[in-house]
Design a binder for this molecule. Structure first.
Ligand code: PEP
Ligand code: MN
Length: 367
């Protein structure tokens, strides 16, 4: 992909780039009050506000619509901030362009749909307006990259990725699970693409935003998008995850910036940073194991219904050989992978055997 470095189109940009503003535009007064307050925060360069809101259920507030574009224009004129809003179809794009919106963003519910993304890309041909692409709702990196590619093929080279976490069927501590390895892999594949983290939609909870902002800096992201409202509790959408401008100022002030290539770090800082990375990877490993064992349980269920034994030796050999080869390809010791997978497999068999035992007990009780 041909991506223009972000400091070529946002002058005097410093890290972190902070994007602030309400989840939704509500009134012109709310917009201006928020914008004037966040402009005082040095790192804030872009003002966000949704005017067409994709809501999970009908009959909730679906945005003020077109009139909000005029309010964004006023914000831009009165504060000098760049302004951005979400577009989900060609009609939105046309109106946003007509009203001189500086930057567009594509929401998570739109990124999942190649038809919609293509419609937006087609509507943008010949403009080269910057576009920020939120990750799709589901944890699918290819779909995220695909959306960026569609825009790039339409001639958009001012691109930003926004990491807003991924929806999960399981109950988790996050509103949208971050799965940090996905944006990290995106950065590995497209190192020139700026990535901004959206801790509001990740946490769903204003009290946990600071922590996720710091984590975003620790994994070398370029900035954060934080939903900001003068009176968050009264917000018409996403109330729990918006902060006041004062809170945002505190969060940005507290961020410790770490750059990937700094050489003059003291031993302690470097060590603690490495340990944080290890902790992060460990928590991802545990998350992956949890997901693996969930599937093991589903297989156990299937086996029971079909009267098949928990331990199937040929499957175990096949799996361990596969993992061993995979590990060796990645420069890990095959013997290590072998031992690790014996332990994991043993646990899987235990889980399924336990399921079988309680199933039989239930049956006995019934008879
Ligand atoms: C938003 O930014 O308010 C929004 C709707 O986000 P997402 O597309 O990430 O859900
Ligand atoms: Mn929102």
């Amino acid at each position: 992909m041909n991506i223009k470095p972000i400091n070529k189109w946002i002058p005097n940009l410093k890290r972190p780039l902070v994007i602030a503003g309400p989840c939704s535009a509500e009134t012109e007064e709310q917009m201006l009050a928020t914008a004037k307050a966040v402009r005082e925060i040095e790192d804030v360069r872009i003002f966000r506000a949704g005017i067409w809101k994709p809501r999970t259920r009908p009959n909730s507030f679906e945005g003020v619509g077109e009139k909000g574009l005029a309010w964004l224009k006023t914000v831009k004129e009165e504060t000098g901030l760049l302004v951005t809003t979400e577009v989900a179809n060609a009609g939105h794009v046309e109106l946003a362009l007509k009203n001189d919106i500086d930057i567009l963003w594509i929401g998570a519910r739109t990124t999942v749909n190649p038809f919609s993304v293509q419609e937006i890309a087609d509507a943008l041909k010949g403009t080269n307006i910057p576009v920020m692409v939120k990750n799709p709702i589901n944890a699918d990196l290819a779909l995220w990259i695909g959306a960026l590619e569609r825009l790039n093929l339409a001639g958009i080279d001012k691109l930003v990725a926004i990491h807003r976490g991924f929806s999960s069927a399981e109950k988790t501590e996050y509103r949208n699970v971050p799965h940090w390895r996905i944006p990290i892999e995106l950065k590995r594949r497209l190192p020139e693409l700026p990535i901004v983290c959206d801790p509001s939609h990740i946490t769903g909870d204003r009290h946990r935003i600071a922590l996720v902002c710091q984590k975003a800096m620790d994994v070398d992201m370029d900035g954060v998008m934080v939903e900001t409202h003068p009176t968050p509790d009264e917000a018409w959408s996403d109330a729990a995850q918006q902060v006041t401008p004062t809170m945002l100022a505190e969060i940005t002030k507290s961020l410790k910036l770490k750059t990937e290539f700094s050489h003059d770090r003291s031993f302690e800082t470097e060590l603690s940073e490495l340990r944080q990375q290890i902790d992060r990877i460990d928590s991802e490993l545990m998350e992956s194991l949890r997901m693996r064992f969930n599937i093991v349980e589903r297989i156990g269920d299937l086996k029971m219904k079909n009267h098949v034994t928990a331990l199937q030796v040929h499957r175990m050999d096949e799996m361990i050989n596969k993992v061993k080869a995979l590990a060796e390809n990645m420069g890990l010791r095959g013997q290590f992978a072998n031992e690790l997978y014996h332990v994991i497999h043993e646990e899987s068999v235990k889980i399924q055997a336990e399921m079988m035992r309680s199933f039989l007990k239930e049956q006995e009780k019934k008879n």
